[in-house]
Design a protein around this ligand. Structure first.
Ligand code: MG
Ligand code: ZN
Length: 365
């Protein structure tokens, strides 16, 4: 099954493609530990997906502002080809697990996540995604289950954390539950503002914020989601940066993966471009702040995508997909800010967790 699609970027998402600053390539505060970490995961974003986005943006991307790059090996405990649950578990806990498992080992032992460790140290924490907030990638940072499809259980586990901000979809997993509980009410009792629209998200004050913007998943970029991801990223940074001790924020470009599964180049490109706009918000913040490490990577590649032609000046790209699932190929990583240099070279996905924990001193007493 070899698809070939030609894409003209001009008909896409470029109306909002305002890159906010020129290249800032120096690593700020070199040698110092980062106070804040922003981990950005492009689900299914291999080098081909990324380069398609770079081409659509006519070689003017935020990700290129990162001075450090590397590669990540993604295999899971039980499979040469990881899924998003095991992939996110590696980033969240530093442990390899089986596909489908979330922050438990293959024998079912729960492992503390970097988000939980950050909370314990008094840091603020947050997550922003373009899928249901209960979906595998974000779920690995707050829940411990051996089946990624246990969405209602995962939603309930949000209440066991002290997460300050989460924005994505998944309203139905909090409110239309088999056990009859209404977790939106529980969130209110835990002093969250519960937002159902982007306006409500942007108008939220400085306290805790739960943005549940779709019953299930927010729409794809071109079907009405718009700039929810970059805006939500900026809002989360505004809330989290109030904590002088620092913060940990995970941002996911969730639907790059779905474009790959669908062998849909337009879908891949619009989601990568949107993700790059969110990367811009993170790097703008980090460049100004000087104490924030931004890491941009992926959990795996999706679609076995290859770029078979294009034109950088016209923002035009052609691609073929080799099939409709994840592939085993290593994925790219980019880093900006203090500690960025630790992430160059080839590393395991579990190493990313270990480096973050060390840099943010999350293991120290
Ligand atoms: Mg995901
Ligand atoms: Zn996938």
């Amino acid at each position: 099954m070899n698809f070939k699609i030609i894409l003209l970027a001009s008909c896409l998402v470029l109306s909002q493609a305002v890159i906010t600053a020129g290249p800032v390539k120096e690593v700020k505060s070199k040698g110092k530990a980062p106070k804040n970490i922003i981990l950005m995961i492009g689900d299914g974003m291999g080098t081909a997906q990324l380069y398609a986005g770079i081409t659509a943006l006519r070689d003017n991307t935020n990700i290129e502002r990162c001075p450090v790059s590397g590669f990540v090996k993604t295999l899971s405990a039980d499979d040469y080809i990881t899924d998003s649950a095991a992939g996110a578990t590696a980033y969240a806990t530093g442990y390899k697990t089986n596909n489908g498992y979330l922050s438990v080992t293959p024998d079912g032992i729960a492992k503390e996540t970097i988000l939980e460790m950050a909370e314990k140290k008094g840091l603020s924490t947050g997550m922003v995604t373009t899928c249901a907030i209960t979906h595998a990638t974000p779920a690995a940072f707050v829940s411990h289950v051996n089946s990624r499809g246990s969405y209602e259980d995962i939603a309930a586990q949000f209440l066991k954390t002290d997460i300050d901000v989460f924005i994505g979809g998944g309203w139905s997993h909090f409110t239309k539950r088999a056990d009859g509980r209404n977790l939106a009410d529980s969130l209110l009792k835990h002093n969250y503002v519960v937002a159902r629209t982007m306006d409500e998200v942007m108008n939220a004050g400085s306290g805790k914020l739960a943005g549940l913007l779709a019953d299930e998943h927010p729409a794809r970029f071109s079907a009405g989601r718009g700039d929810m991801l970059p805006k939500s990223t900026a809002k989360a940074l505004e809330i989290l940066s109030a904590n002088k001790k620092g913060f940990f924020l995970m941002v996911e470009g969730s639907q790059i993966d779905w474009g790959g599964h669908g062998n849909d180049l337009n879908y891949v490109v619009e989601e990568v471009v949107d993700f790059d706009h969110a990367i811009g918000k993170a790097i703008d913040f980090a460049a100004k702040d000087g104490e924030t490490l931004v890491i941009i990577t992926a959990d795996h590649e999706t679609g076995g995508m290859a770029i078979t032609g294009g034109d950088m000046k016209q923002g035009k790209v052609e691609a073929r997909f080799t099939y409709g699932d994840h592939s085993a190929v290593m994925v790219p990583l980019f880093a900006f800010g203090p500690g960025a240099e630790k992430f160059s070279g080839l590393q395991d996905n579990t190493d990313v967790f270990k480096k973050c924990v060390e840099l943010q001193h999350l293991n120290s007493k």
